[in-house]
Structures are given as C-alpha cells and as structure tokens.
Design a protein around this ligand. Sequence first.
Ligand code: 3PG
Length: 395
Amino acid sequence: MRFIDNAPIKGKRLLIRVDYNVPLKDGVIKDDNRIRASLPTLRFALEQGCTLVLCSHLGKPKGKVVPELSLAPVARHLAELLGQEVLMAPDCIGKATESMVDELKPGQILMLENLRFHAGEKKNDPAFCKALAGGLDGYVNDAFGVCHRAHGSVVGVLDHFALCCGGLLLKKEWEYLGEALKNPKRPFVAITGGAKVSSKLGILHALLDKVDRILIGGAMANTFRKAQGYEVGTSLVEDDLLDEARSIIAKARDKGVSLYLPVDYILGDGPQGEMTAGVCPYQDVPKGEMILDIGPATSALFAEGIRDAATIVWNGPMGAFENKVFSQGSFNLAMGVAQSDALSIVGGGDTDAIIHTLGIQDRISFISTGGGSFLEFLEGKELPAFKALQDKEAQ
Ligand code: 3PG
C-alpha cells in the first residue's frame, strides 16, 4: 500500500483525513493521544511544502450541527502542539469554506468543521464527497480509528483525487497489526476484556486460530462462567450467548489454546459504587452481588499467563477501572504487559486510558489508535479504507 513517505506530495494541496474523535468535556480535551498521533504526518507534509486541509468527525451528531461537537477546541489544541496557526473553517463544505480553502498558502493549515454535521458523510454521498474534495489535489488518510467505516471522507472522496495515500500513522498501524501479526513470535497471548462478548465474537474466533493462550477478563468473562454453570449474581451477562461461549471454550480445547478465566473477583454494589463482599472465589458469588473486577488470584494467574509471552495483544479492561476500587485488576495486568519483554500491542479507548493513567505508554511496543477498527483489522476483516486506497493504487 502507498504511504505519504513514498508519494509525490511535494507542494500539493492536501485533504488529510484524521481521527480527532477525542473525549471532550466543556470544550476541554480530556485525552489528546489521537491528535499527537497525527503530528508526524502533518509535520512531514509541511516539510514537503504542502498546504493542509484537515477533516475529522467528532462524536455522533447524526447529520445535524451540534455546537458542543465543534472541532474548534481541537484546532486550538493542535495549534499549540504544532506551534503554528491552525485556521478553523465554519463548515466542512459550502461557499465560505471553499473560499478559505482557495486562499490558503503553502505551509498553512485549515481545520474543517465536523464532517458528521452532514448526513452525506455517513451515507458516503457522492455530492458531499465532491464538495469535500473541492480545490485540493491530493488525499491522505491518517485516520486509522475510522478505517472500518465506509464513510464519505474515508471511501467516496478518493474518487476525486488522482493522488491518494495513507499517512504515517496508518503506516504504523498497518505494519504492527497487519505485518507483525502475520507471523507472530510465540508464545502468542491474547488478552480480551470489557463488557460484552457480543462485540468481540469475531475477534475471539479469529484469535483462537492464531494464539497459544487467551486470557478473558472483564464482564465478558461472566458470560463464560455462567455458561459453565456458575452463579454470577447481578453481574453484567449476555444470556443469549451462553451457547456461543460454550462453543468458544470447546474450540479453544480442540485447537490446543489455553483459555484462562478469572478464578476470583472483587464484588461491589455497582460500577460507580463501593466494594461490598470484597474478594470472592469464582464458585461462591452470592446471588445479589455484582462482579466488578478480577481478584488478586486472577491477577497472579494472568501474570503467569503472560510471563514468557513473545507477542501480546490486549484489548479491554478487566473491570470497572474508572472507579478506583475496581481498577486494581486492570492496573496489575497493564503493569505485567509493560514489564514483559514481548512485542506488546494494545488497542481500544479504555485500554489506552489504563496505560496512560499509569504513565507506562513508553513500555508498550505499540498502542493502536483504533477501537472498532483495531478489532476488525485483527479479526482479518477487510477495512473499507484500506480497500479504497488499494483499489486506487491498482487503477
Ligand atoms: C472511534 O472512536 O472508534 C472512531 O473515531 C470511530 O468512531 P465511530 O465509532 O463513531 O464511527
């Protein structure tokens, strides 16, 4: 696949699709990792004398203008990080924006307003795509987080450019998630957590074909334990997936993959609540109690599971980690991954937040900026953005 460092972009006027879908509260950016992750591409393009027009979505405004979901705070923050002015457009298409694009000089940066203020973005509407591409002569996709969406700025807009390529962030994601996992060093250990088995079914099946061990924590594990006949109290569980969980357990056994499930829990009265009965073995969960974290024996078991790993892929927390009393299981695991000599690849917003809260990001080999796209890519699905870029290259 063609990337920006191998494309004739010198002096071009580029539309760069970034993923600045960052957590915002009262106009303040709570986590700027995705913005920082785009800087190498932006700096590279600026060094090549390009003019940059950046576009992104933010949140789910459903085709309407939602002032709280304006990208203006993101543009201000980007200006601080780059140490140069970032102009803000009033919209992503339309007359006023077109004029701003036309007046841009080499080295200048314009941030377009939230793409999803227009229904045409999600619908991949040809007229929207044409308008978005107006006045520009090259397209760069550096938005890995949205590569699983067949949206206008990811797919349709490529029809209007002869020059299309991936950015440096996309290149990194492609190399780590794609190339590095094709022939992983073994033992290869996958860790999955988070709330739902349903959102991870595809990846669980795909991983069972590749890994040597799989560690399952978080509320997902409740469905597996219930499928084995254990009481899980009032905990989050997906009753319609008990058979599926049993078939995953059977598949792991048939394939010789070691499947690790929690052996103890921390119980509480709700994700935002307090610890109640404290540590509890997995066989003894009382009917009225809720599982909210893995317990110390599980942390020790999981630490053993990753001790000699050569490759680790991790997605999803072990419990309700945003509440300090239920964070220890996720934090213990993160420290174990950070201390391991394995090639460690981590993805998803919650997992990323755990790593950054602990300040151990430099000890992880690669932190993907993708959530859904990370899972779909690992699952082996063809991402619409990659297909669009590859089709363009083949033309
Ligand atoms: C993400 O945060 O995972 C990406 O920005 C995609 O966002 P979406 O799920 O709203 O399409």
